[in-house]
Design a protein around this ligand. Structure first.
Ligand code: NAP
Length: 257
């Protein structure tokens, strides 16, 4: 008989979440810890990471390690992996969540803007995943979850670089799934609809954009970090062992309409 609670359990697992200090990453970190995983969280703002880690450790009784680092600095990635392995001895789940955005019309984007968004949203995601995947190949299993977006598939005005990066995440998820499947590593992506965070605060404050966004959501509410965390938990757990290469839209039905 299948024990369906075990199928969603992360007991004994170790997860690394990039950008776990706030927003969607914090929702993801809580979901993984709540299901039993110990955690490593990586972002630039040490104070935010520390506060989040203390809350999670207290609330869920898990071990939480923080690594303050700028994830555009690709040469640090082997040290982040080494630190994780020396602290916990293993790495089972990796969530590629850290990101930022610049709002500008296509005609005004500079090379510097392009680089800034691409470096964190695509280059960093690519090479962090590559670094952890090498360890997962050695260990013989793993789960990698990328953060995609509605803009992986559709256009939203004034965020063309972000859209290009998230389109890249859509394709990268599939390429990684294909190449890592022989190593028993599942690679999937979650594509959130609109969630109110530091990144989207300006859109939520603009009444016209707020009304337009809400009007596109069949479930008639915005997403929450918990909504995204719940789907990431599914993709991190044994419940999704036969699922790889998928991009799941967690968007209240936006993409269905
Ligand atoms: P957020 O609240 O601004 O959080 C972004 C996280 O990434 C923070 O923890 C931030 O920490 C970290 N980060 C940013 N740049 C970094 C860098 N160079 N090095 C290390 N960490 C860095 O944004 P969010 O909305 O939760 O976004 C999380 C992910 O979801 C992103 O990939 C985003 O594209 C995606 N997403 C969001 C939405 C939405 O509606 N909110 C929709 C679709 C997809 P520090 O600033 O301290 O480094």
């Amino acid at each position: 008989m299948n024990n369906y609670l075990d199928v969603f359990s992360l007991k004994g697992k170790v997860s690394v979440v990039t950008g776990g200090g706030r927003g969607i990453g914090l929702g993801i970190a809580k979901a993984l810890a709540g299901a039993g995983s110990d955690l490593v969280m990586v972002a630039r703002t040490a104070s935010q990471l520390k506060e989040a880690a203390d809350d999670i450790a207290k609330e869920y009784g898990r071990q939480v390690e923080i690594i303050p680092a700028d994830l555009t600095q690709v040469q640090q990635f082997p040290d982040i992996l080494k630190h994780t392995l020396s602290r916990f001895g293993r790495l089972d789940i990796f969530v590629n969540n850290a990101g930022s955005n610049i709002r500008k019309s296509f005609l005004e984007v500079t090379e510097e803007d392009f680089q800034q968004v691409m470096e964190i949203q695509l280059k960093s995601a690519y090479f962090m995943a590559q670094t952890v995947a090498k360890e997962m190949v050695r260990a013989g299993s793993g789960k990698i979850i990328n953060l995609a977006s509605l803009t992986s598939k559709i256009a939203v005005p004034n965020i063309s670089v972000y859209g290009a990066a998230k389109g890249g995440i859509f394709s990268l998820t599939k390429s990684m799934a294909l190449e890592l499947a022989p190593h028993n590593i599942n690679v999937n992506a979650v594509a959130p609809g609109y969630v109110r965070t530091a990144m989207t605060e300006a859109a939520f404050k603009d009444k016209d954009r707020y009304d337009w966004m809400l009007s596109r959501i069949p479930l008639a509410r915005f997403g929450t970090a918990e909504d995204i965390g719940n789907t990431v938990l599914f993709l991190a757990s044994p419940a999704s062992d036969y699922l790889t290469g998928e991009v799941i839209y967690v968007d209240g039905g936006w993409m269905a309409a």
